[in-house]
Write a protein that binds this ligand. Structure first.
Ligand code: DGL
Length: 267
């Protein structure tokens, strides 16, 4: 049975979910964490719901077997496609990034026009739209897939000319739509915030789910009496492919390299 000292399980299709891990660490430094990056299967964003659900279920049962007390689905694509199946499969609370991001955006917009950028699968699923409409049905929602942002971030191209042109090209329809709020609906996009802000102009507020998600996790742990108090928590990292590459690349997103990354594959 998980207890207060048990870790929070966090997973993503790869490295991008480290933006969520970072927000969790900043808000709750005492918590122990396990992070699983499915680097063997990234990207999820161009795969079918069935495949993404299968990968997510394997990871969730692995994290539950490590006595995780709560599961954070840091990946927007997995949160869009696999949340109900995950909730049925494990006995611990499962939180996805869509609802906190949608809630934050609905609270932010003044003109009731909200844009969402994400992977093809996330946008196609319509889950952000549904969640935003639950908060306020009068909000007009504009979804736009930006698949090339993921490889740009993975490559470390956050600020060069190619990244800047890609952002301008992708975002021009949204620029003309009159939105005042834009959800960064993909784990990788917070890294491109300065570039996206420049492409959208200073009047558009960018909302990323990571900090809203961390707040929800804290609330949930408080409600269930599962918050850990005391010294600094530890983080254990797993990847499904090439842990050394994960370690090297993680430095870009976390500021420091993880001391160790363990390999865990599923057959
Ligand atoms: N982690 C994914 C997401 O947030 C982006 C990368 C992928 O396509 O797997 O949607």
């Amino acid at each position: 049975m998980p207890g207060r000292n048990s870790p929070i399980g966090v997973f993503d299709s790869g490295l991008g979910g480290l933006t969520v891990l970072r927000a969790l660490r900043e808000l709750m430094p005492s918590e122990n964490l396990i992070y699983y990056g499915d680097t063997a299967h990234v990207p999820y964003g161009s795969k079918s719901a069935q495949t993404v659900t299968r990968y997510s279920l394997d990871i969730a049962s692995f994290l539950a077997s490590k006595h995780a007390k709560l599961l954070v689905v840091a990946c927007n694509t997995a949160s869009s496609l696999a949340l109900p199946a995950l909730r049925r499969a494990v006995k611990i609370p499962v939180l996805g990034v869509i609802s906190p991001g949608a809630q934050a955006a609905a609270g932010c917009t003044r003109n009731r026009r909200v844009g969402i950028i994400g992977t093809e699968a996330t946008i196609k699923s319509g889950k952000y739209r549904d969640e935003i409409k639950k908060n306020d049905p009068r909000i007009r929602v504009y979804g736009l897939p930006c698949p090339l942002f993921v490889p740009l971030v993975e490559e470390g191209w956050w600020e060069n000319e190619i990244a800047s042109l890609t952002a301008k090209n992708y975002l021009s329809p949204l620029r003309n739509s009159g939105i005042d709020t834009l959800i960064l609906g993909c784990t990788h996009y917070p890294v491109l915030k300065p570039l996206i802000q420049r492409a959208m102009g200073p009047k558009v507020r960018l909302v990323d789910s990571a900090s809203a998600m961390a707040e929800q996790v804290r609330e949930k742990l408080g409600e269930t009496g599962m918050q850990r108090t005391g010294g600094k928590g530890k983080t254990v990292f797993y990847a499904s492919d090439d842990p050394n590459r994960f370690r090297r690349m993680a430095k870009n997103l976390l500021g420091t390299s993880p001391a160790a990354v363990l390999l865990k594959k599923f057959d």
